[in-house]
Design a protein around this ligand. Structure first.
Ligand code: COA
Length: 323
């Protein structure tokens, strides 16, 4: 059997930090409200001349350096994003060229909103297990600040920009123990950007290309779905709560993360949380959190990690990993 192993991680956050107090200037909100309801204190915002591939490039270079892998040895790039540089080519092929990953290798983007990184990781794992690739670069990169309605206090306070990356290599031990992916398109309107290339402004009667969300309803579905997902993931793998060293959730809202940890009977000390300073960076949030906890020494080799995400679609998924 061939398995995938995480060889190294990387992350990048734009330089500009936007504290909650800045948001108080243009929407009716307060630092206290945002902290209490979401756990967010600040987020990073990309510079006007920064693109998704700029963020991804920095995160990918750091992950390659941590892995001791050179760009020439990468044979698969999967990049999860909802905010690509262009309609096409994909941001992944742009990254391939900018990193110096050889021509002829595989590179493509994945769109699964906030679950995008778990989707990308699952696909890369399948490539490695079926000998379609030996070394994969898996990235989540987002500039959500470009698709936020800065006058909507229900959404603009939640999101931030950033990129996270992992390098996966083939190994004879897992590595990635199991993954689960799910989707249900029936409640699309609860969380979306209701504009796209084939569905123009006219068709949507002036709704512009910004995030719209019924936060309260999304919250309830997320808590219910993630609780079920983590329980299923453990059951499917014959594991107990106590087998998990670290829960690395999608960083949407501290209250959703606390509810999932409670479902698993895990104390918050075993949950990697970056939501306070990153906000919700969508597809980038899990690899960014993973990278932080690897670099500060909390996550050690052989630790068992449970990654979980929930996002627009709805999409959701998990990955159980021996690091
Ligand atoms: N500042 C101050 N008040 C705000 C506010 C803000 N930024 N945003 C909303 N409110 C107000 C609402 O208008 C409402 O006022 P009302 O009672 O006078 O109508 C009140 O606060 C409660 O709104 P509600 O939406 O019920 O709050 P909430 O506790 O559900 O918190 C979210 C709102 C958005 C923080 C929360 O629902 C959430 O995090 N949802 C999940 C979002 C998410 O994770 N999305 C991504 C999934 S990947």
């Amino acid at each position: 059997m061939i398995y995938s192993q995480i060889l190294g991680t990387g992350g990048y956050l734009p330089e500009r930090v936007m504290p909650n107090s800045e948001l108080e200037q243009w929407v009716e909100t307060s630092d206290v409200w945002i902290r209490e309801r979401t756990g967010i204190e600040s987020r990073h915002i990309a510079a006007d001349d920064e693109s998704c591939s700029d963020l991804a490039l920095n995160a990918a270079q750091q992950a390659l350096a941590a892995s001791g892998i050179s760009a020439e040895d990468v044979d698969l790039i999967i990049l999860a994003t909802s905010t690509p540089d262009q309609v096409f080519p994909s941001t992944a092929t742009r990254l391939q060229q900018r990193l110096g990953v050889p021509a002829g290798t595989i590179a493509f983007d994945v769109s699964a909103a906030c679950s995008g990184f778990i989707y990308a990781l699952d696909i890369a794992n399948r490539f490695i297990q079926t000998k379609g690739a030996k070394t994969a670069l898996v990235i989540g990169a987002e500039i959500f600040s470009r698709i936020l309605n800065w006058e909507d206090r229900g959404t603009c306070i939640l999101f931030g920009d950033g990129a996270g990356a992992v390098v996966l290599g083939a190994a004879d031990q897992p590595g990635i123990i199991s993954t689960q992916l799910h989707a249900d398109g029936r409640q699309e309107s609860l969380l979306n950007v209701p504009w796209g290339v084939s569905q123009g402004y006219e068709a949507l009667q002036g709704v512009h290309g910004k995030v719209t969300m019924k936060g309260n309803e999304v919250f309830k579905v997320a808590v219910r779905t993630l609780g079920q997902l983590v329980t299923d993931t453990l059951q499917t793998n014959g594991m107990e709560n106590s087998d998990i060293d670290w829960l690395i959730p999608h960083q949407a809202n501290i209250r959703i993360m606390e509810a999932t940890a409670k479902k698993l009977n895990l104390p918050m000390e075993r949950v990697v949380s970056t939501v306070a300073t990153h906000g919700n960076t969508s597809a980038a949030s899990i690899p960014l959190a993973l990278n932080v906890a690897v670099r500060d020494g909390r996550i050690k080799r052989n630790d068992v990690l449970l990654l979980e995400a929930f996002g627009a679609g709805f999409t959701w998924g998990s990955a159980l990993i021996r690091y």
